[in-house]
Write a protein that binds this ligand. Structure first.
Ligand code: NDP
Length: 453
């Protein structure tokens, strides 16, 4: 059986054994098809059944989360933690609270996280978890009661050398605070068992900024390598949460011009450049809809979701030099890719996890658009989470500048690893292939060393 047939057989197995988990299937095929050149060279991966083992999480925990809302009604949600792969170290990966999640979502995110974490060259395994709880419209007390109930079960499965969760969509510093408070209450310890904590109570400087800043550092390296510069570039950014906000902030700091942002209801187009202060006030502070932005900035236009192009997103139909998807998975479709190419975009720098659909990636690459894949681009967040673990374990606190310097070094290293690996396989500039092969090798070689477990 050749390498392609080996990959086909694994994907066939996933289709049969994980029905309805389309995002998981998409994530696995994205990685496995791009590592075929390595599988053709190295027979040891097939001999050691690495692909078979990699697609099965080491442990999947699904639990009931019961909580009482402000009206006294009892609510029940599903809680998940998929501990995907601990070969390189303790499980590490965020918690997502969003009504649309299912087991397949967390399997896709945990699988991706395993390779992303491997790329950082730090000692962390991959996991992901969360709940189908919808935090929108909930009072602060309801959020707290939900987080406490969620932790009442999760605490048995995590630990500083076992599994260290962080935030993700719908889980920011407020939620991490309530989760951490309950963990401390239940265990009577003060371990840094969650990352993304507030800087006043065990968190690291620059963790909040890390994913967005790291994504921009990555884009800068890629652009420089290909003979461009970031300064002066018009940038389209989607999302208006943690990753989008700090991507926009760093872009502005480095002289680029971010002109869009979006939330689940609509898009802001501000040709004079997104005002970060307003964005933070609307989203971080007051948790309002993005439509508020256009009421404050007369230069801005608000495009509600029902006016988006059919099958696409308004953000990607606005002419730009660089696209920074930073909201959610599959948010950049083939239609969007075609719009970007038509409008002269030179690069897509994926900040959210798996934002581009497979046909969009194919189209972008076929049209020589520089394509920077999410598992490399957004690895700055988990890297600074690991730095937070290091600071907690040694009872130290590093300055913002110290952490930012380390983040920059990590992002440079990730870029170089992906770039050099692609070159080694005769595909210079193909960072998707480079990132997938480099991270797969690191995990797979360690799995072989640790035996058939
Ligand atoms: P946030 O919850 O802070 O922000 C998410 C943003 O995306 C919000 O503006 C939200 O809109 C919008 N959004 C979410 N789901 C959808 C959807 N289905 N359709 C349209 N818009 C949507 O999350 P983060 O910024 O933390 O995460 C964004 C992405 O980055 C995710 O893919 C996450 O996995 C990834 N990531 C995050 C890291 C981190 O450190 N936070 C690290 C690495 C990756 P609204 O405001 O209306 O809810």
């Amino acid at each position: 059986m050749g390498a392609k047939e080996y990959v086909d057989s694994i994907l066939d197995y996933i289709k049969r054994c994980s029905p309805g988990q389309d995002e998981f299937y998409e994530a696995v095929s994205e990685v496995f098809y791009s590592i075929i050149p390595l599988l053709e060279e190295e027979k040891k991966y097939k001999q050691n059944a690495i692909l078979e083992r990699l697609v099965v999480p080491e442990r999947t925990i699904i639990f009931r989360v019961v909580w009482v809302d402000d009206s006294g009604k009892i609510n029940t949600n599903l809680g998940y933690r998929v501990q995907f792969n601990s070969t390189l170290g303790p499980y590490k990966g965020g918690l997502r609270f969003h009504p649309d999640v299912s087991l397949g979502t967390f399997k896709f995110l945990g699988f991706e996280q395993t390779f992303k974490n491997a790329l950082t060259n730090l000692g962390i395994g991959g996991a992901k978890g969360g709940s189908n709880f919808n935090p929108k419209g909930k009072s602060d007390n309801e959020i707290m009661r939900f987080c406490q109930s969620f932790m009442n079960e999760l605490y048995r499965h995590i630990g500083t050398t076992k599994d260290v969760p962080a935030g993700d969509i719908g889980v920011g510093e407020r939620e991490i605070g309530y989760l951490y408070g309950q963990y401390k209450k239940l265990t009577a310890t003060s371990e840094g068992v969650l990352t993304g904590k507030g800087v006043g109570w065990g968190g690291s400087f620059a963790r909040k900024e890390a994913t967005g800043y790291g994504a921009v550092y990555f884009a800068e390296h890629f652009l420089q390598k290909m003979g461009y510069e970031l300064k002066g570039k018009i940038c389209a950014v989607s999302g208006a949460g943690n990753v989008a906000t700090y991507t926009i902030e760093k872009l502005k700091e480095l002289g680029a011009k971010p002109i869009t942002c979006s939330d689940s209801k609509g898009t802001i187009y501000d040709p004079s450049g997104i005002d970060v202060k307003t964005l933070k006030a609307i989203k971080e502070l007051h948790r309002l809809d993005l439509s508020e932005y256009a009421k404050i900035h007369k230069s801005a236009t608000y495009i509600p979701k029902h006016k988006y192009p059919k099958g696409g997103h308004a953000v990607w139909s606005i002419p730009c030099d660089i696209a920074f998807p930073a909201a959610t998975q599959n948010e950049l479709t083939l239609i969007d890719a075609k719009n970007l190419v038509k409008n002269g975009c030179i690069m897509v720098n994926e900040c959210s996890n798996m934002p581009s659909t497979p046909d969009a990636i194919e189209y972008l690459k076929a049209h020589n658009i520089l394509f920077a894949p999410s598992k490399a681009v957004n690895a700055g967040g988990v890297s600074v989470s690991q730095l937070e673990m290091e600071q907690n374990a040694s009872m130290q606190k590093w300055s913002f500048a110290e952490v930012d310097t380390k983040l920059q070094a990590i992002m440079k290293n990730i870029f170089e690893t992906a770039f050099e690996t692609a070159k080694e396989f005769g595909k210079e500039g193909d960072l998707q292939l480079g990132a997938n092969i480099a991270s797969f090798k690191r995990v797979a070689d360690a799995m072989i060393a640790l035996g058939a477990v």
